[in-house]
Design a binder for this molecule. Structure first.
Ligand SMILES: Nc1nc2c(ncn2[C@@H]2O[C@H](COP(=O)(O)OP(=O)(O)OP(=O)(O)O)[C@@H](O)[C@H]2O)c(=O)[nH]1
Length: 970
């Protein structure tokens, strides 16, 4: 079967091209204008469809002929009962000004009939009914029929106008003439077959009178009006007088039209959405003509008191605008999803049924249906394309397409961040709102009254330079506090411990060093009240001492100095004090405010003094907390223990934690199954500043995670799940931003180079230290992303993440199992193992340098001619030179040229002017040059000094583990 053009098919189906186009769109077949080609399959689909419709209509016609006639009479009636009028309003608006035209053909058709009807009309006044709308066509009530009268009238006119707009369509003028010339008798018309008495039942004399008035008016004007609009049509007008055969052909066509009208009315009732949608597809070239025609018609309408104001011009402009937009979409549609379904979907999605029906309901004559207000959807930090599409009730492909237009190639399962989602949602007329779950609503507690606050022990962190005795000091403190029996059983390491003294308690955090301190702080955990800075009396202030000072200062935490190793003979506490004073820590005895205690961790000297001073400082700080409220704290350490499950050491900061309490901890939650203190003893509760081991978590939290007791487990789960969702959304949006295509593009274009890392470590401490060190590697051209970091063995998920994100996996003190190794090999994922942080950093630096692909270029500095040579014992041969050009620099590379031939290449070991070592000698000066490991220099040789210059900058390591610059932290 051959493809056909729309107008050809329309002709075959005995309908106007416009009608067919409307119908096709309704059926989900994309069509642009009457010249569009219709595919074979669509042609047969349409034919099948119309066969059915025609059949059905025939059946209906046979069954409801009387009603049909009644309806037809009614359509000539300009006055309709109020309730019907409102029903018709929507339609009137849709067809609006063409209503004037309607009377033309209708009046003509009705002329003869009305004459016959006069008597009957008076005999039976119209019955009125309250609910005419939702009754099926076959069961139309009289009232409904009456209500539809006007609507049908409009349709008739609309069709007449529509036909005029089509070159191959019949002309109303012609039709009117033909009908009038044949005496208005249309023998084959279904209407004429019905008993006059039935018709008369529905038409009042008044109505008839009005019909006649309209008739007269309209019959006089149509030809003129059409001429005005499309004068050329005159040329194609058929002869005014036609033979009987033609009359019957026209009658048949009118019958067809009436069938279609019925069909349309029916579908309008049931598919209001489509009624609103379909007129948008007005063939473009005809819009202007139509609008012009509408203009003319409007003038006439204004003369008609019964007609309503109309602003079709705007409507049509809007249609054209929308259509233009669709054309662009159509192109993409074909790419992404060709075929009928795509169009079908688009039609239905653009005006969802409920929205459309509400538009119909809200329609007012003379105005456009109001645009559905912007609908809102709620999303979190990020959302997958599929989920967004689901929430908007559109197909994912649509969203993908829109994103593509926005320049973002994503797949359905990829996530887009909130801003992108907002942008694409706006394209679908949706507004996005961030999900408003406020965990603070659950976690919020009442403010403490001053009388509720009770003193609490200070929490102390020990910091200092490597080997200055931090660990030894912590041990010494711990041991002084344990009784002999207890001391033997100190095996418990929970990350913090509690020291009981005669005049108070002190809590020490067991992870010494400022790295851990700052890592916690970076996670928002402010747990330390006092910093004890350990400085070895024999070594003095060192780099990390200074860093520790700055870290403590940045956190606004007071410092107590412990000058350690005073037992050593070379100990010089005064020197330490002087050096500290240079860094702003002035001892009290010198008029400053820094407490300094001389101790020996090894010999346990001054430990009590130190503890005493800590308590004194704490007293000054008036550390207080309310113990009588739900507990809140911070995770100091967490691990998965065999037989115990996830275990976390929590430092309680306020309130009291009890066994049985429900809590949320980071993205985990649970109920406290059991509590242990730092000595491994089971306890039932823990108050402020107490470190306590919590058993009963849903997972292993991170150091620094917030711990909060909530009313019940349900609330705990809600908060934890919300946090987890947020975390996932963040991760999702982070990983999807680095698509392989993008990365490749960036690498190729040299825009940006990224190194993605996944770090797996044995314990939280190592992980954080490593993460911290890696984060300090900075370079303007390379970005390092730690896309995932966790404790535990490298697993398959890590490998898959690495594979998907083009990342390198770093295992610190962990190994993968053989299955994971195989997967890594299959996925070409580079997995590296380390047990020294420094080595990791070095390797990453190398990797970055590799990525940078550094290029070296030789840069000639200058040339010198050898004028004399001197041999100096134990040094070698020194060349007495004259610098010909440029500059000769000490340490530069040098080439010895003899008759333009390179006889040696090496380094300038020494550069002298007279007896002085100099850095450089410029052109025109004499100098002595010693070439490293080369004594064969001869008079007349030329020494060419040069350096190798790197084209791209080398990796700039801002800081290394434990050696970071303090400034970066402040
Ligand atoms: N003589 C003497 N030696 C001490 C003293 N305190 C610590 N040491 C020694 O100093 C060395 C380092 O002590 P640590 O406690 O390990 O020092 P640290 O600061 O914890 O070292 P890192 O953990 O490597 O940062 C050990 O050999 C200790 O025995 C002290 O008071 N006197």
């Amino acid at each position: 079967m051959a493809r056909m053009r729309v107008h050809e098919l329309a002709k075959e189906l005995k309908m106007s091209a416009k009608e067919l186009m409307d119908k096709m769109l309704e059926m989900g077949i994309p069509v642009k204008n009457h010249m569009s080609m219709v595919s074979d399959s669509d042609v047969s689909y349409i034919r099948r469809h119309f066969k059915k419709v025609v059949k059905k209509t025939r059946v209906l016609d046979e069954g409801v002929q009387p009603q049909k006639i009644i309806r037809r009479r009614r359509k000539e009636t300009p006055t309709v009962e109020p309730e019907e009028e409102t029903v018709a309003e929507g339609e009137v608006q849709e067809k609006a000004e063409v209503v004037a035209k309607e009377a033309v053909s209708e009046a003509v058709e009705a002329r003869s009939e009305s004459e016959e009807l006069v008597e009957e009309v008076e005999a039976r006044p119209v019955e009125k009914s309250g609910e005419p709308e939702m009754v099926a066509d076959t069961e139309l009530t009289e009232a409904e029929e009456a209500g539809e009268a006007q609507e049908v009238a409009q349709e008739v006119t609309e069709e007449a106008v529509g036909d005029r707009l089509e070159p191959e369509g019949e002309k109303v003028v012609a039709e009117a003439d033909v009908i009038s010339e044949t005496g208005g008798i249309v023998p084959e018309s279904a209407e004429e077959e019905h008993p006059v008495s039935e018709l008369a039942e529905e038409v009042s004399s008044e109505e008839k009178a009005q019909v006649e008035v309209v008739e007269v008016k309209e019959v006089e004007r149509p030809a003129e009006s059409v001429e005005e609009v499309r004068p050329q049509e005159k040329e194609v007008e058929p002869p005014r007088a036609e033979e009987g055969a033609e009359v019957s052909e026209r009658a048949e066509e009118r019958k067809q039209k009436r069938h279609r009208r019925r069909k349309r009315r029916k579908s309008r009732k049931h598919e209001a959405a489509k009624i609103v949608q379909l007129p948008e597809f007005i063939p473009e070239p005809e819009d202007d003509i139509e609008e012009e025609l509408e203009q003319k018609v409007r003038v006439r309408i204004e003369d008609e008191p019964v007609k309503k104001p109309f602003k079709a011009g705007k409507k049509f402009r809007d249609r054209a605008e929308r259509k233009g937009k669709r054309d662009e979409e159509d192109v993409l549609e074909k790419v992404s999803r060709p075929g009928r379904q795509a169009e079908e979907h688009r039609v239905s999605e653009e005006v969802p049924e409920e929205a459309a029906s509400s538009e119909v309901k809200e329609s007012r004559p003379g105005t456009l249906p109001p645009k559905a207000g912007k609908r809102k959807i709620k999303i979190g930090e990020a959302i997958t394309v599929g989920e967004l599409a689901k929430q908007m009730g559109v197909k994912a492909a649509e969203v993908v397409k829109k994103l593509l237009l926005l320049g973002l190639p994503v797949t359905v399962n990829q996530a887009i961040d909130f801003d992108t989602a907002a942008l694409v949602a706006a394209e679908f007329e949706y507004e996005v709102e961030k999900t408003g779950f406020e965990e603070e609503d659950i976690l919020r507690t009442e403010e403490d009254r001053p009388e509720d606050l009770k003193p609490r022990p200070p929490v102390v962190t020990v910091m200092g330079h490597v080997d200055h005795g931090k660990t030894s000091l912590l041990d010494a403190i711990r041991h002084t506090n344990f009784t002999a029996e207890e001391a033997g059983g100190i095996t418990q390491h929970i990350g913090a411990y509690h020291v009981k003294l005669d005049n108070g308690d002190v809590v020490f955090l067991d992870t010494p060093g400022h790295e851990a301190f700052t890592a916690m702080r970076a996670r928002g955990a402010r747990v330390t009240d006092i910093v004890v800075l350990v400085v070895a009396a024999d070594d003095g202030v060192m780099q990390q001492t200074v860093e520790a000072i700055n870290h403590a200062r940045a956190a606004n935490v007071p410092i107590i100095v412990a000058i350690n190793k005073i037992d050593k003979p070379e100990a010089n506490p005064d020197r330490v004090k002087r050096e500290l004073a240079e860094h702003g820590l002035i001892p009290e005895e010198w008029g400053g405010d820094t407490i300094m205690v001389e101790v020996s961790a090894k010999k346990k000297i001054g430990i009590d003094d130190l503890l005493e001073m800590i308590l004194l400082q704490a007293e000054l700080m008036e550390l207080k907390a309310n113990p009588n409220k739900p507990a809140r704290g911070r995770v100091i350490e967490a691990k998965l223990e065999k037989g115990r499950g996830p275990v976390a050491t929590v430092l309680i900061q306020e309130g009291t934690l009890r066994v049985g309490d429900a809590y949320v901890c980071g993205v985990h939650y649970g109920r406290v199954r059991s509590l242990f203190n730092d000595r491994g003893q089971r306890i039932s509760e823990a108050g402020p500043s107490m470190p306590v081991e919590v058993i009963g978590l849903s997972g292993v939290p991170m150091a620094g995670d917030d711990f909060a007791v909530v009313a019940d487990e349900k609330q705990a789960r809600m908060v934890a799940e919300h946090r987890l969702r947020k975390q996932r959304e963040k991760e999702l949006s982070r990983t999807t931003k680095i698509t392989l295509e993008k990365l490749y593009e960036q690498i190729r274009e040299g825009e940006l180079k990224e190194l993605n890392l996944i770090i797996k470590a044995d314990v939280q401490g190592s992980l954080e230290a490593l993460t911290d060190a890696v984060k300090r590697l900075k370079h303007p051209e390379i970005k390092i992303n730690i896309i995932h970091g966790a404790t535990g063995a490298i697993n398959e998920t890590d490998i898959m993440l690495a594979s998907a994100s083009n990342a390198i996996v770093i295992g610190f003190n962990v190994r993968p199992d053989s299955k994971v190794e195989d997967l890594a090999q299959r996925e070409h994922v580079d997995v590296r193992f380390y047990n020294v942080i420094y080595q990791v950093i070095n390797d990453i630096k190398d990797a970055m340098a590799g990525l940078l692909e550094p290029e070296y270029r030789e840069k000639i500095l200058g040339r010198a001619e050898v004028r004399q040579t001197f041999h100096i014992s134990r040094v070698g041969t020194v060349a007495g030179c004259y610098v010909l050009d440029g500059v000769i620099q000490r340490g530069a590379k040098v080439r010895v040229l003899r008759d333009q031939v390179v006889v040696y290449e090496g380094k300038i070991a020494s550069l002298r002017r007279f007896k002085d070592d100099v850095k450089e000698v410029k052109a025109g000066f004499e100098c002595g040059i010693l070439v490293e490991n080369f004594n064969d220099v001869k008079v007349g040789d030329v020494l060419e000094a040069f350096v190798m210059e790197e084209i791209k900058p080398t990796v700039d390591v801002v800081g290394e583990v434990g050696k970071d610059s303090e400034e970066s932290e402040q």
